[in-house]
Design a protein around this ligand. Structure first.
Ligand code: HAM
Length: 435
């Protein structure tokens, strides 16, 4: 057989019950999805969902042709009609495209959230995948420092709700595009004099996207950047006021932060406030849990009105890996209520009706696949079942069945006719089994 058939694509992973890699266990993901559902309700966000691919322009016009994400990491292909499509590397641009297309601009403010896979052709390693999942939010229609505060505190609140308290919030303002242009010129002239000492990547960025040199992970680059001009000295009065109010609001609700004037983020659409949440004091490349910021020109760039927005997105793989590394206890899945065991085919057939009955009364139940009592009880224990209902030939002849409380290890026989009321007493249901 072709060996490729047995392998998943590099940089991808499966979620599978009891996976060897504990972060790939779907049960933990369910817990995180429940927390997403809870937090988005608390903050009044509505869900949107977009296709996995878009016309390529949606990303080139928003994230910037020179951003790494667009220039190096996008999965772009031509469809059968020769149109250029791309798998989404992120969800902000698709969310804005959908907002414009579905009449979002008619509302004063839209508060949207999304979750789903994104695709980036990046160097695959722990915490960095070619298909990964984001949860994110966007508030579109207004620019208000208090909304920045809410968005940032929601990001932190989400992690706290999961049990993750050890995070560090990095924050910066990159001002308006005009301020950034002036700053960029200053930065280029500062770095040009040191060009020979820069890494190859940074030399290239000096021409294409100089601001990105600020978050280079190269050790030599880092030493040079320490003395680089500070972007906060270049932002205009409006941006300064906005940033001050954001910081004041964060202070007000007790959110601690570190101002990091080198934080610029990897997508071109940001203006003013930008932020990242990292593992506590650990800014290595794979440890950014989530990030976001304000964007002023994005709605317009994608064909809408001149409306601002702000949002964040976080990576679920990194979140779950951190959750496990921090040994945070994850609530166990609800145990199975009833485990039905028939000791021959006729008995199994007789159990079909009560099995159907309990499920329709919202109690979980499983009919054992074989007819061996030993393996059935072993399986019931594995599934953490609460009660076993056992029917063998003997019982069938006598018109009874055995019911076993697997937690208390107590067993009794009850008339098969009374099984319904016994089940009802345990499910709290009044629905009668059809005769
Ligand atoms: P981003 O910083 O590119 O922002 O991605 C957000 C998060 O996605 C990262 O902090 C990281 O946790 C996760 N992530 C990114 N790439 C990978 C990867 N290859 N493997 C695993 N996880 C990854 C955005 O995407 C913006 N759209 C955020 C935003 C929303 N800004 C405004 N609104």
């Amino acid at each position: 057989m072709d060996p490729m058939l047995k392998k998943r694509v590099k940089g991808c992973y499966d979620l599978y019950p009891r996976s060897k890699e504990s972060w790939q266990d779907p049960q933990i993901w369910s817990y995180v999805y429940e927390t997403i559902s809870k937090i988005t309700k608390l903050y009044g966000f509505e869900e949107l969902s977009t296709p996995s691919f878009e016309y390529t322009e949606v990303f080139t016009r928003s994230s910037g042709e020179e951003s790494d994400i667009v220039s190096k990491e996008m999965y772009t292909f031509l469809d059968k009609k020769g149109r250029s499509l791309s798998l989404r590397p992120e969800l902000t641009a698709p969310a804005i495209r959908a907002y414009i297309e579905n009449g979002g601009m008619e509302e004063k403010v839209s508060k949207l959230f999304y979750k789903g896979p994104c695709y980036r052709y990046d160097r695959a390693q722990k915490g960095r995948y070619r298909q990964f999942n984001q949860f994110g939010i966007e508030v579109i229609g207004v620019k208000d420092p208090l909304i920045d505060v809410e968005v940032i505190s929601m990001l932190i609140h989400f992690f706290e709700d999961l049990g993750i308290k050890k995070t560090t919030l990095l924050i910066n303002s990159i001002g308006s595009p005009e301020c950034r242009k002036k700053y960029s010129e200053e930065l280029v002239s500062f770095l040009s004099s040191k060009k020979d000492q820069l890494s190859e990547d940074s030399k290239r960025r000096l021409e294409t996207n100089p601001l990105r040199i600020l978050d280079s992970k190269d050790e030599n680059d880092k030493k040079i950047i320490v003395t680089a001009p500070n972007i906060l000295d270049f932002i205009n009065e409006d941006s300064k006021n906005h940033f001050e109010q954001v910081l004041k609001g964060l202070d007000e609700i007790g959110v601690s932060y570190k101002i990091d004037h080198k934080l610029v983020r990897g997508l071109d659409y940001y203006t003013d406030t930008v932020f990242e949440l990292i593992r506590e004091d650990d800014a290595s490349a794979q440890n950014t849990l989530g990030g976001g910021g304000v964007y002023s020109g994005l709605v317009k760039a994608l064909g809408g009105k001149d409306l601002p927005g702000i949002g964040f997105a976080l990576g679920l793989e990194r979140t779950i890996q951190y959750l496990l590394e921090e040994n945070i206890e994850i609530p166990k899945a609800a145990p199975l209520k009833f485990y039905f065991i028939g000791l021959d085919e006729e008995c199994r057939n007789n159990l079909l009706k009560p099995l159907d009955f309990v499920r329709k009364n919202d109690a979980s139940a499983h009919l054992h696949e074989g007819i061996s009592i030993k393996s059935a009880l072993k399986k019931a224990a594995q599934k953490n079942a609460q009660y076993a209902i056992i029917l063998g030939k003997d019982e069938l002849t006598k018109g009874i069945c055995k019911v076993k409380d697997l937690t208390l290890r107590e067993e009794k026989s009850i008339p098969f006719k009374e099984l319904e009321s016994w089940l009802v007493s345990l499910t709290g249901s009044t629905l009668a089994m059809q005769s």
